[in-house]
Design a protein around this ligand. Structure first.
Ligand code: USQ
Length: 406
């Protein structure tokens, strides 16, 4: 298949591009390299040393004989360029990662909120619009988020996208309807993914576009089978307070002797997936395109759920790291349960890679190898969700109540 990977230079986009190229597909990365610019803006860098996208693709070709093509295109701003590229290349499938993906970055300031909304919503809409205009029957796979469902405990498992509801009619009957699960975003970033859902529903209904939306949990790990093949194919690995995600941050913190930064009580339960499974799921979705039936296909792309404090205590036991109980910079439920259905990927053959499989130590080893690149001052999460929270966090900037787990 000819596949366009939008955002193919990013944390999941790059290993996905390698995985699909390895499987024999013709892969084209379209990317504006914004993630690299954001590193520059924030004054941070990936823990792992990353080469330019051109150098990465050159090494891939030298290693495997396969070409991954790179095209510098900004989906949100260069509509005509995007449309021209799609018209000239007419890919069979499009994988859409090209959005600003960090919740803390999206909450940093009014400018960051505007950027995230403009970038994410325009990128998605430009793409859908161009596909219709060009009568392009490509299968669109979008990387969405588990965060569209929100994290309130309802005492029922979260279904894969849709909820059957009974509606009482005016003449007293009950009619059943299937609706998108009520969205409940916890950040501006997550809100853009909820808006994306509406765009997809409209374009599937109105224009019959074939769309799969993957509601992904927190991705952990860094290596995949392909990124391991050469030092210069290495994936990015974020540790800073805006882009580093919780489990990877804890593993890196334990490797550099930094206390594990638990927000609040650590009672937040979240869904997780290893990066190797993430790329496998995308391949499974690619091989299972939906029919042109006006309905968006939705998968929950996660394999297990964990409470933040349980992860901290597990890593503390494993490494002897201390735990820092910090004031939470986010506005979120301090404690929640989370039960998620993921039957669709399991029935299509996904064999989950779980936390217990020795991979945690491998990640700590990667972190130790590159520990010299860490700027410890960039570890704390400083983006606050509201002014009130910012004031509390500022009063208590370190705020660390340290605890060792023996
Ligand atoms: N947290 C800590 N300590 C930290 C970092 C985070 O306690 O040092 C807590 C947060 O307060 C939050 C939870 O861990 O309760 C998860 O935070 P996160 O930064 O790991 O993940 P999140 O902001 O939700 O976003 C990440 C990705 C996003 C993806 C999402 C999937 O950045 O692109 O959509 O995970 S999900 O969480 O399922 O919505």
């Amino acid at each position: 298949m000819k596949i366009a990977v939008l955002g193919g230079d990013g944390f999941v986009g790059w290993p996905t591009s390698l995985h699909l190229s390895d499987a024999g597909h013709e892969v084209h990365i379209l990317d504006n390299l914004s993630r690299r610019w954001i590193d520059t803006e924030l004054g941070v860098q990936s823990l792992t040393p990353m080469d330019s996208i051109q150098e990465r693709t050159r090494i891939w070709h030298a290693e495997t004989g396969r070409r991954i093509h790179f095209h510098l295109i900004d989906l949100a701003k260069d509509y005509e360029l995007l449309k021209g590229w799609l018209a000239a290349n007419r890919p069979d499938a499009i994988i859409h990662f090209a959005e600003q993906r960090a919740a803390p970055y999206s909450m940093k300031s009014d400018r960051h909120k505007n950027y995230t909304v403009n970038n994410n919503v325009n990128a998605t809409h430009n793409l859908l619009n161009a596909m219709v205009e060009l009568d392009l029957d490509a299968h669109l796979i979008h990387l969405g988020t588990m965060g569209v469902y929100g994290y309130s405990t309802v005492g029922a498992a979260i279904p894969e996208g849709y909820l059957p509801v009974g509606i009482e009619t005016m003449d007293g009957r009950t009619v059943s309807q299937e609706i998108l699960y009520p969205s409940n975003p916890g950040s501006i970033y997550h809100m853009t993914k909820c808006l994306d859902q509406q765009l997809f529903a409209f374009y599937a209904k109105n224009d019959g576009l074939r769309i799969t939306d993957l509601h992904q949990g927190i991705v952990w790990g860094t290596h995949t089978e392909q990124t391991r093949r050469h030092e210069q194919l290495i994936n990015r690995f974020d540790y800073d307070g805006d882009y580093g995600t919780v489990l990877n941050r804890f593993l890196i913190q334990s490797a550099i002797g930094y206390p594990l930064t638990v927000h609040g009580t650590g009672g937040q339960t979240r869904a997780f997936i290893h990066i190797q499974d993430s790329v496998r799921c995308i391949e499974i979705a690619l091989n299972t395109p939906p029919a042109r039936n006006n309905r968006v296909e939705i998968f929950n792309q996660m394999t297990e759920t964990h409470r933040v404090r349980d992860l901290a205590e597990m890593i503390s036991k494993m490494s002897g790291a201390q735990i820092a109980w910090l004031p939470n910079p986010r506005k979120e439920a301090p404690e929640n349960d989370l039960v998620v259905k993921n039957d669709k990927f399991l029935s299509l053959g996904l064999q989950p890679t779980t936390l217990g499989e020795g991979l945690l130590a491998e990640i700590v080893d990667v972190a130790k190898k590159y520990a010299y690149r860490v700027d410890r001052s960039r570890v704390p999460a400083v983006s606050a969700w509201t002014r009130d929270i910012a004031a509390k966090v500022e009063h208590d900037p370190e705020g660390m109540r340290l605890k060792s787990v023996s």
